[in-house]
Design a protein around this ligand. Sequence first.
Ligand code: NDP
Length: 495
Amino acid sequence: MSANATIIGSVTRQPSAEDLGGLATVDVLEIRADLVGEVDLDELRAHFGGRLLYTLRSRSEGGAGPEGGHEREERLLAAAAVYDLVDLEAQRDLYPEILDQIPPQSRIISWHGKRPDLAALEARFAQMSSEAAHLYKLVSFAESPRDCLPPLVLLHHLDRDDVVAFAAGEVATWTRFLAARLGAPVVYGAVGKPPGAPGQPSIRRLEEDFGLPELPPVRRLFGLVGHPISHSLSPRLHNMLYHSLGIEHLYLPFDVPVFGDFWLDVVETGSLHELGFPLSGLSITSPFKEIALAVSGAASPLAERIGSANTLVRTTRVWEAETTDPDGIRGLLAWHQIDPAGRRAAVLGAGGAGRAAVFGLGIQGAAITLVNRSPERGRRVANDLGVAFLPFEEFDPGVFDIVVNATPLGSLAGDELPFDPEAMAPHGVVIDLAYLHDGPTPVVEAARRLGRTAIDGREALLYQAVPQFRAMNGVAMPIDLGRRILGLEASGSDE
Ligand code: NDP
């Protein structure tokens, strides 16, 4: 049976009706009074039935509140009279005038600081826990993968159910999810924007991508490595598949500025294994597909030929590299019953996605032209891949049967479109590899309005994940389930 985490929703601005409407899974609402000021609690309690937490994060611990003195004391004591919980900073709030007025069951004793090692965190916890509290919270700001590990090791050593410890920062979001598997009873999420701390995911993301508050058992870890990756739907796809299929795995977002740091400090050290969670497979995205191939101990012939890997799977001996990107294109064309053999195809973009699209279409016999903004890179890649090249300004979509957009252009509302869909041939098909979370991109919408066949980048994501999912988990992905998780139309064929 699944355990459940307590979700603490962090409020950093006056909450809107929309913010307050999305709190079904939130148990505790944290009012960041250092950012939002004092709020009308009657109004808040009318919309929210859970506990309320008052936090006056000081400037030296990453907030905007006072460091100490009369104002701080007065605000904390006033809050204690009306809030269920009050966050007390171990470095400034643990003195008799405050402790006498705020009972242990109402205290969260917290510490936020820069990159300490394990010994420093252990010493800090010893100091904090000399005062009784409902919960102890330790957050260290991380700049690199190595900084992410000490809070998790601390939790593992302490083995308590009244301590939450994780690393903050975009590179460390994953530690929040692992902390919940190491006994931390709460997970913080952002209610609205901005988040309460760098790397804090939204409540919606906690629910939709990680299935929180449920905490089903986890035996093995997987994840996505790239930079940046906060827009990726891969965690949602993999975790929701695990959830539906009863697979005891967890898929984490490893946002890694430098691949080598992650590889040496997290993967090769076996540190996650030591915490009880062996890291067993990785999806690799931009800009690390080439280096992923280089660090692997064995590679498939296709990965060798393309010169990049989007999948690393840990076998008993080594990390094996594979590329499933060409399958992304192949799978979606098959789903839409489009045979590219002998058709004229243009691929816009010469980055990793563009190269994979050229391979996917080339394997199936299309006549390909690579189109790129920067002619030097475009020509070089086209030469490498043995296809024709055209500069962006000379591109005419009307002369192609299939147009693949492998640039980020046109993926945001208000963006310039990568090309004019009206100029496409009436039978032309557009495949936009860029994708949005909640619906088609503007170029896909525009092409569909004109009656063209337009395929969404979420489909490419899905089909490259099909072989990846099998390689990582040893079972096939039910395609319709994957389509539904990504908000795509399903065929009913899984049933
Ligand atoms: P890269 O950064 O490797 O390459 C980006 C490409 O887009 C380059 O060719 C670049 O041209 C071009 N480009 C960028 N900005 C512009 C612009 N303003 N005008 C014209 N061309 C531009 O990115 P990726 O190849 O990794 O990804 C490209 C897109 O595909 C992204 O939106 C990504 O999210 C999406 N993607 C989708 C996947 C899926 O499964 N659906 C998988 C992988 C990626 P230049 O060489 O001149 O800089």
